[in-house]
Design a protein around this ligand. Structure first.
Ligand code: MN
Length: 463
């Protein structure tokens, strides 16, 4: 049996019972569903929730599935600590997709006038969002120059029965491919996949070259080829074992207001004039599960985390073998910062590592490099190094007028830095000690005296 959302949920029930909670009470998709997730977040709880009874639709909603590193690790068959290293290993083992004649995603087919997006769960995630959004759609397009498919997650505003607003970040492969069609006055065909094995979502967040098909990366992460089937109304293949697929094409040259939308930055992303998709077909299983990703919530951050960390690990290791660990921290929205540790064998290595990290992906705005005695997964240790090993005039540098992401609310305009725009400065902090000079030794009790110390012998009777 091919791996899909169903096989994963069965595995989850077995391996992490209690991580999947069924909600039987009826919920309103307009802010009540995300209110439940928000209340749980206040308690630092991130279970997956299956909302069985959602107002206005017959389709249940699965939320929060990839809000935990442990659940992603279960999907990849590894541990939370090894996620990035495991991803880098498996992405090398990418597998061509397997074309099949049919699959469960074709159980129900709506075409043309039968298409009605309002029958899907129309979820409004944040107050002041411009409307209901599909936030968990993995959009497949095809590069017209190479014929190679691309898959990425882009925000989609539901604007009617067969109309979607389509936001593609400037840096994204999707935008680059869309531009190739749109500048020639041609529609860009899309297939939007909702609900599949978490490895598909991790593959959709693959950060690598344009000519690598993310569906082949998914095959590597899953350890088996993804089964694909011909779309109904566009010249694309779609995953046969998905829950729901939406097919459509952009309307050449057309831009409409889209947004605002609560983003991964946990700020509202502005309303902008964006492309529009005309939906030509919806296909789904006979009893589909609609998977949602809460956009201004840790789930969105975790979703992007693994692919991003893997990219940095791969690029840094390639350039600098002295790299020890790489962490994309939560405080940087799992996108904008990276902490890395190095075995500093020679002076200058720290700054070179920073330059590699900052250029590895547009999203990286801040890179901090520390010595190998600092645990990059422990943010207060990283900040301790910044506070005790850095002199800003020598160890901090700034590169103005780069692109990071226009969704960063502090981004500025090239014309006037007082107004918002798409430009960011990137900065690096070298918190490593000099390699060629003596440095104050750390003050500590010798490890052999405390590491295995039995506290009960000393303080067991304290109340
Ligand atoms: Mn791509």
């Amino acid at each position: 049996m091919a791996k899909d959302l169903r096989t994963y949920l069965a595995e989850l029930k077995e391996s992490l019972p209690g991580d999947l909670i069924h909600v039987r009470k009826e919920v309103d998709p307009n802010l009540e569903l995300t209110a439940v997730l928000r209340k749980l977040q206040e308690q630092n709880r991130y279970p997956a929730l299956l909302f069985e009874n959602v107002k206005g639709t017959e389709i249940p909603v699965l939320a929060n599935l990839i809000a935990s590193r442990d659940r992603v690790a279960l999907a990849m068959g590894t541990t939370s600590a090894e996620l990035a290293r495991d991803y880098v290993k498996k992405e090398k083992d990418r597998r061509p997709t397997l074309t099949v004649d049919s699959g469960p995603v074709k159980d129900v087919v709506y075409k043309g006038g039968e298409v009605d997006l309002t029958k899907l769960p129309n979820i409004v995630h944040c107050g002041n969002d411009g409307g209901p959004y599909i936030s968990s759609g993995m959009t497949i397009t095809k590069d017209p120059d190479t014929g190679i498919p691309n898959m990425g997650i882009y925000r989609l505003q539901i604007k009617g029965k067969n109309r979607l607003g389509f936001y593609l970040g400037e840096y994204s492969h999707g935008k680059h491919i869309f531009n190739k069609y749109d500048t020639k006055g041609m529609p860009c065909e899309v297939a939007i996949v909702i609900g599949h094995h978490p490895c598909m979502y991790m593959a959709a967040q693959y950060r690598g070259p344009l000519d690598v098909n993310e569906l082949e990366i998914a095959g590597g992460l899953l350890g088996e080829p993804v089964r694909m089937v011909k779309a109904e109304t566009v010249d694309l293949e779609v995953p046969a074992d998905a829950e729901i697929v939406i097919e459509g094409r952009t309307i050449p040259g057309l831009r409409e207001w889209e947004g605002p939308f609560g983003e991964y930055t946990w700020y509202l992303g502005d309303a902008v004039e964006n492309p529009v998709i005309e939906v030509t077909a919806i296909t789904h299983r006979k009893d589909p599960i609609y998977q949602d990703i809460f956009s201004a919530h840790p789930e969105h951050n975790v979703c992007g985390l693994v692919g991003h960390e893997a990219l940095l690990y791969r690029k840094l290791k390639e350039a600098i073998p002295q790299i020890k660990d790489v962490c994309v921290p939560f405080s940087g929205t799992c996108r904008h910062s990276v902490y890395l540790s190095v075995y500093k064998e020679y002076d200058g290595l720290g700054k070179n590592a920073l330059l590699t990290a900052l250029s590895a992906h547009p999203f990286i705005k801040l890179a901090v490099v520390v010595d190998d005695d600092i645990d990059v997964y422990n943010e207060s240790e990283v900040m301790w190094a910044v506070n005790t090993r850095v002199q800003p005039d020598r160890d901090v540098f700034i590169v103005p007028d780069c692109y990071v992401c226009e969704l960063d609310p502090s981004a500025y305009s090239i014309k006037d830095r007082a107004i918002r725009g798409a430009l960011n400065a990137k900065w690096g902090i070298d918190a490593t000690k000099p390699a060629g000079l003596p440095f104050q030794p750390r003050a500590d009790v010798p490890e052999e005296l405390w590491k295995n110390l039995n506290l009960n012998e000393y303080i067991a009777d304290e109340r």
